[in-house]
Ligand binder design. Structure first.
Ligand SMILES: Nc1ncnc2c1ncn2[C@@H]1O[C@H](COP(=O)(O)OP(=O)(O)OP(=O)(O)O)[C@@H](O)[C@H]1O
Length: 298
């Protein structure tokens, strides 16, 4: 749906976005993951035409006309709401700017983002309410594609769960494509179909949810009372040689996470005590940090 080719944005000599070639497919829930200052918002502003690239290009696959394509995208506003208006009136104003006059659409959105019964003015909103209104504004008119910049910031755990459900519902019901940024991989891991990892302006990796799942599930890990005998059984009986032993005397077998019963049966039948057997999983945070080679502020 969107493809960027070596997209670059420089501020002076500083590369906020550096040679980014990413592709968002129709129906994706694409998670753009990066630490604060990685370049996520800059990419979104470039996509929406709010700032001009210093290099590279953007293609919206369903349209040759960039401006027309941008009209069919819902974009989450950072600010731009009126402090003295309530949720309904702020949405009505945003809707008019999009050429939407139907009162029913305002009420649909208020219901979707849980602000239907709120009469408070924007100035008295909690951070979570402001965030819900921003998300709602992006969803006005049921666009084909929605770009959300850190939508879970300021939401409580229930708000994050509601947000996930809303995105999944719209994605399934209308095949709405989502491009969502976050600095926490775990927040989007449950719903994302594709991920782009960005660090210091570079797109470090673009990966499908399935590939990510395979990368974080790194085989089976088990521990028995007789390590030497277990290794002999693996090699001689099961013909497995690509295992490794950790300093804690655990054995790690790549690719056996869906067949733990083979290992359990062999060890127990040959008189060993099975003390531990589990899938060896790299945490999402670890995965992300390994990728960007950092260790702070994720
Ligand atoms: N107008 C600007 N002038 C100069 N530098 C800028 C400007 N806008 C952004 N930057 C810099 O570009 C880098 C990327 O900023 P960006 O807002 O895209 O990051 P981000 O990944 O969205 O981070 P955050 O999660 O904090 O919003 C940052 O170092 C930022 O300071």
């Amino acid at each position: 749906m969107i493809q960027t080719q070596q997209l670059t944005k420089k501020y002076g000599n500083y590369f906020a976005v550096n040679n980014v070639s990413m592709s968002v497919q129709k129906g994706d829930i694409y998670g753009l993951i990066g630490k604060n200052g990685a370049g996520k918002t800059t990419i979104f502003k470039l996509l929406m035409g709010l700032i001009k690239p210093s290099g590279g290009s953007i293609t919206f696959l369903e349209s040759y006309n960039l401006e027309m394509a941008r009209h069919s995208i819902g974009f989450m506003m950072e600010d731009g709401f009126f402090s003295y208006l309530n949720a309904h009136d702020n949405l009505m104003f945003a809707a008019k700017l999009k050429g939407i006059e139907d009162e029913k659409e305002i009420n649909r959105i208020l219901q979707l983002v849980g602000l239907k019964n709120s009469t408070k003015t924007f100035s008295t909103f909690s951070t979570g309410m402001k965030q819900r209104l921003s998300i709602g504004q992006a969803l006005l008119g049921n666009p084909d594609m929605v770009i959300l910049d850190e939508p879970t910031n300021g939401l409580d755990p229930q708000g994050i769960a509601d947000f996930r459900n809303l995105v999944m519902e719209l994605n399934q019901k209308y095949q709405t494509t989502f491009l969502i940024s976050s600095h926490i991989l775990g927040e989007l891991n449950l719903i994302g179909t594709r991920f782009g990892f960005i660090n210091k302006g570079y797109l470090v990796q673009e990966i499908s949810a399935k590939e990510l799942h395979n990368n974080i599930h790194q085989g089976l890990i088990f521990q028995v009372n007789k390590l030497k005998k277990a290794c002999e059984l693996l090699e001689n009986k099961l013909k497995i040689t690509d295992y490794r032993v950790t300093k804690n005397k655990e054995i790690i077998l790549p690719g056996y996470e869906d067949r733990p019963y083979i290992i359990a049966k062999c060890m127990v039948e040959n008189g060993l005590d099975l003390m531990q057997l589990k899938v060896n999983q790299v945490s999402l945070e670890e995965y992300f940090l390994n990728l960007i080679g950092g260790n702070t502020n994720v």
